[in-house]
Design a binder for this molecule. Structure first.
Ligand SMILES: CSC[C@H]1O[C@H](OP(=O)(O)O)[C@H](O)[C@@H]1O
Ligand code: HPA
Length: 244
């Protein structure tokens, strides 16, 4: 699991070395399944544009994981109430400065027709339903941050997607490049800028996330039991025809 702002599951902490740097992770068990929990922002809570996304995914694979469940907090650019969940089906990238590939020296073009693993997405949707959460599919728009968006930016971005965050990209792409299954469960913490009269501060967003953390854990625990043992998706063959 890659845990976002305000989400923890506990576990035995350890340091993992990757070619991209060292990070902290915690091994634990959830519902009988072995889980490696990696806090996305690390102990120092790195801002989104400085998160070491390649190290996160590399560490996941090096630990033997084949599936990654990520949690993200998002602002809604549509109708979603605060506290509801969104499972991305697709994404649009508006970031500016992040290393976004493991393949700097060769031309490798992974297919992103279905960027998020359909099997893990299905399990998350079933887990959300079992937990009684309000959940919907949606398109995740990723901004560079670290500032929250302006109302004019949101008027533009809402033509491209449903929810906005700063961390969903390039994780989703890097996971595919490592042939990992990857899906995200997003918690709506606020209406995006300009969607309501009053604004919402980062501190208030964090408070909203804390309120929803227990629900999110319930959803993930239920989802984990619904992920099939064997992979039936094509994520594990992402590189088969990706090289030129
Ligand atoms: C003011 S909160 C913004 C911060 O929270 C989200 O991070 P994460 O997806 O890791 O929960 C968002 O993308 C920003 O990084
Ligand atoms: O409104 C938002 N914008 C960007 N990232 C976010 N993460 C939570 N809410 C937001």
């Amino acid at each position: 699991m890659i845990g976002g702002t305000g989400f923890e599951v506990g576990g035995e902490p350890s340091l993992i070395d990757t070619p991209y740097g060292r990070l902290m992770a915690a091994a634990t068990e959830l519902c009988g399944r072995e889980v490696l929990f990696i806090p996305r922002h690390g102990e120092a809570h790195l801002p989104p544009h400085r998160v070491n996304y390649r190290a996160l995914l590399w560490a996941a694979r090096a630990s033997g994981a084949v599936r990654v469940v990520s949690t993200n907090t998002v602002g809604s650019m549509a109708w979603h109430p605060v506290g509801s969940l969104v499972i991305p089906t697709d994404f649009v990238d508006f970031t500016k400065s992040r290393p976004s590939t493991f393949f700097e020296e060769e031309a490798v073009h992974v297919d992103l027709t279905a960027p998020y693993c359909p099997e893990v997405r299905r399990a998350l949707a079933a887990g959300a339903e079992a937990a009684g959460a309000l959940v919907s599919d949606g398109i995740y728009v990723c901004t560079e941050g670290p500032h929250l968006e302006s109302p004019a930016q949101i008027r533009m971005l809402r033509q491209f997607g449903d929810v906005v965050g700063m961390t969903g990209y390039p994780e989703v792409v890097l996971a595919r490049e490592l042939e990992l299954c990857y899906a995200s469960i997003c918690i709506v913490t606020n209406p995006a800028a300009g969607m309501r009269k009053d604004s919402m501060s980062a501190a208030e967003i964090r408070t909203e996330m804390a309120i929803s953390a227990r629900l999110l854990r319930e959803v993930i625990e239920a989802a984990i039991t619904m992920i099939p043992e064997e992979r039936g998706c094509s994520c594990g063959r992402a590189l088969a025809e990706a090289r030129l």
